[in-house]
Design a protein around this ligand. Structure first.
Ligand code: GLN
Length: 271
């Protein structure tokens, strides 16, 4: 079968996915070890039996809902490939907002930065690569997630430090910037029964007190871990902006504001 025909078949098989065409392309790229540009350039090439069988096996898993990032083992974030496993949250485009806001902050050239609950390390490693003079630490409670973060740091040549522990507890000294994309979804949220989240670690998604418990704890710990003029920046749910602004204001932060993601939803609050 030709590449274009295989992709056409795959698209109709994956029709229940909101991104059927892209899913099919990414899975076939993975099987062939090629880029999407290559696929389109050589779309009239014939696939051999082994390639078709491998593609078929991935499509069957995608059909039952497994995330494409788990099937290919990676997801692109801020233009770079990050290794992803079932032990980590899959990096989201919404989180790129946090990167853009962080890079625009008035911070010292050699800032000390920490990414709490780093997962794949997508946030901290991206910041370290975009600002090579920043000294970046990644923290995660999950040793399995830290293992993935270490692999990403190595693969992307990023000299970040990785620490195991709960939020700021394993960290020494003060930071110029504390960032986190913590769990913030309410246990009862129906969103947890749909799409990729069903295959992601619950510990990376769900927090007590309507999703606010970890955000509350991070704000509490951060107050004594920032230099004067340092920043705390938190990703949160689109309905949590006002609650997180109050948390920061009550903890004594000033210059508190919320930024929107690409979809125009409240996503990141900082102060
Ligand atoms: N934004 C993700 C989602 O809604 C959740 C990420 C998180 O809980 N930190 O699927």
């Amino acid at each position: 079968m030709r590449i274009d025909a295989a992709l056409r078949d795959a698209r109709s098989r994956l029709a229940s996915s909101p991104s059927a065409a892209l899913d099919a392309e990414l899975l076939l790229c993975h099987v062939l070890g090629q880029t999407r540009t290559w696929l389109f350039t050589w779309s009239d090439r014939e696939l051999n039996t082994a390639q078709l069988a491998a593609f078929e096996a991935l499509l069957a898993r995608r059909e039952i809902g497994e995330p494409v990032a788990h099937l290919t083992g990676e997801r692109e974030f801020f233009g770079r490939p990050f290794r992803v496993t079932a032990d980590t949250l899959i990096p989201r485009p919404d989180t790129e907002t946090l990167i853009e806001v962080a890079l625009a902050l008035p911070l010292p050239a050699a800032s000390r930065v920490v990414d709490l609950g780093a997962g794949t390390g997508a946030i901290g490693i991206t910041l370290a690569l975009e600002q090579p003079d920043w000294q970046v630490t990644l923290v995660d409670l999950s040793e399995a997630a830290l293992q993935v973060a270490r692999q990403n740091a190595k693969q992307l040549n990023s000299p970040v430090q990785c620490l195991s522990g709960s939020w700021l507890t394993p960290c020494d000294g003060l930071f110029d910037l504390i960032v986190s994309n913590p769990p913030y979804i309410d246990d009862a949220d129906h969103h947890l029964q749909q799409g990729d989240v069903r295959f992601e670690p619950r510990s990376a998604l769900v927090a007590a007190d309507h999703g606010l418990a970890d955000l509350v704890e991070i704000v509490r710990q951060a107050t004594s871990k920032l230099v004067a003029g340092g920043w705390l920046m938190l990703e949160h749910g689109f309905e949590q902006g006002a609650a997180v602004r109050s948390l920061l204001v009550d903890a004594g932060f000033d210059t508190v504001r919320t930024e929107q993601d690409l979809g125009g939803n409240d996503r990141v609050t900082l102060g």
